[in-house]
Design a protein around this ligand. Structure first.
Ligand code: PLP
Length: 424
């Protein structure tokens, strides 16, 4: 037996094989990672030839790219919408110093993110004006601070929604000092319930789309049109950020329709069905938008230049991946599943193409099932696929690991094939 200490690769030798990592992380960090891998060799927990791979793994920091094969198109735990190539390019271009609030022709200050606001107004002509904050929760917070202050926000008891991770819209609104005035019942609320509650102490009426659950049976709630013109602003939180109706999601509210029906303001997320970066959209009456924009609290919710660039490119550019996934043709999804399953079976893997049901997820179109196609593997593949070089996240259904292709871009199919083949 040779002493394992004599087999430990020399730091200099390993360093010279890791120049890419040195460029990315700096020499000190790479050295530290090598030293800890060398310690593991000395302790006998890894082989000497594993020093480089362990050092590389230790250097991996930050969110890693993951292939979403869950069949949940907008997966909050996986970073919601995947950005379009156009948006990614725009982020790259805006990463340095940019003209985000500067007019190059006159050499003077200009409204921040003007191009993005123009793109939003062009996408939703029914909106007189637009503003952006960090996310939809911030959009609601800003409405509460500016339009209600310490006064009432009138909202149906059927719309007091928990959005996820324990965060609840009523708690969010109350945290500003506004009073929440719940009206109606869980299943039924009438226009009369709203009019009875409205007084000189009402800041606004809020309508929240129940975006992650469905109430069925003996239910009723007024339409936005019935609540317009009650003498107080009507704020409609549509949630998922559809700017115009989408034929595949007939029950999902959209900004244009809500504004035309009389909403004073619409709030929405930009990283759900709109397919853009994390942001909160505020669309509607110019006078209200101006009040929101000029309030001191708006500054604390200001979006980054990268977000502005990404949203503008999402709005002006080609279909983002979320929309492509929503509109993907079932026959094509089936052929992709067949091709992958055949290539894997050829290598002796128990893989079959199956039909499946995908969902929008992420707080959008609850109850809507999107027919899809998947590659079905033994469930023992699920964990190794998640921890592989290119992590692939599938879902377990009836004891099988399904890789649902509706949430996967076709350009990632080969990466999936290689990921499955690398599982041993
Ligand atoms: C998702 C959602 C929110 C929260 O939006 P964020 O952008 O995550 O802050 C609020 N309201 C509704 C109806 C939603 O669906």
């Amino acid at each position: 037996m040779t002493d394992p200490r004599r087999q430990v690769p020399r730091t200099d030798a390993v360093l010279s094989a890791m120049t890419t990592e040195v460029d990315a992380h700096g020499r000190d960090a790479v050295k530290a990672a090598i030293h800890s891998a060398q310690d593991q060799v000395r302790a006998g927990t890894i082989d000497p030839n594993q020093v480089i791979s362990h050092a590389r793994a230790a250097l991996r920091t930050g969110p890693r790219p993951v292939i979403n094969a869950t069949g949940v198109l907008v997966h909050t735990n996986l970073g919601r919408a995947s950005l379009s190539t156009a948006a990614r390019t725009a982020i790259q271009a805006a990463a340095g110093t940019t003209d985000v609030e500067f007019d190059l022709v006159t050499g003077t200050r200009r409204q921040r993110g003007r191009g993005t606001m123009d793109a939003l107004r062009a996408a939703v002509p029914a909106a007189d004006d637009a503003h952006m904050v960090n996310n939809n929760a911030a959009a609601l917070l800003l409405c509460a601070i500016v339009l209600a202050g310490s006064r009432d926000i009138v909202v149906s008891r059927g719309e007091l929604v928990e959005i996820g991770d324990g965060f609840r819209i009523p708690d969010l609104l109350r945290s500003t000092g506004a009073r929440l005035r719940g009206v109606g019942t869980t299943n039924r609320t009438t226009v009369r319930d709203y009019t009875d509650a409205i007084s000189s102490d009402t800041g606004f009426v809020l309508k929240v789309h129940p975006s992650n659950f469905v109430v069925s049976g003996f239910t009723s709630t007024p339409d936005v049109a019935d609540l317009a013109g009650l003498g107080v602003p009507l704020v409609v939180d549509i949630g998922s950020g559809l700017l115009a109706p989408h034929p595949a999601l007939p029950d999902e509210p959209d900004a244009a329709t809500m504004l035309r029906a009389g909403a004073s303001l619409v709030t929405a997320s930009a990283d759900k069905l709109l397919g853009g970066p994390q942001a909160g959209l505020l669309l509607g009456a110019a006078a209200l938008i101006e009040r929101l924009r000029r309030h001191p609290a708006a500054r604390a919710m200001r979006v980054d230049k990268l977000t502005l660039a990404a949203l503008e490119a999402t709005l002006r550019g080609p279909r983002p991946p979320v929309v492509s996934a929503l509109e993907a043709d079932l026959t094509e999804l089936g052929s992709r599943a067949d091709r992958l399953a055949a290539a894997l079976s050829e290598r002796g893997i128990d893989a079959v193409a199956v039909s499946s049901l995908a969902v929008v997820g992420g707080g959008g179109a609850p109850g809507v099932e999107l027919p899809s196609a998947a590659v079905s593997l033994p469930d023992s593949y699920a964990q190794p696929l998640r921890v592989g070089m290119t992590p692939v996240v599938g879902r377990i259904e009836q004891g099988r690991c399904l890789l649902d292709l509706r949430s996967v871009m076709e350009s990632d199919d080969d990466a999936i094939l290689n990921a499955v083949l690398s599982v041993d």
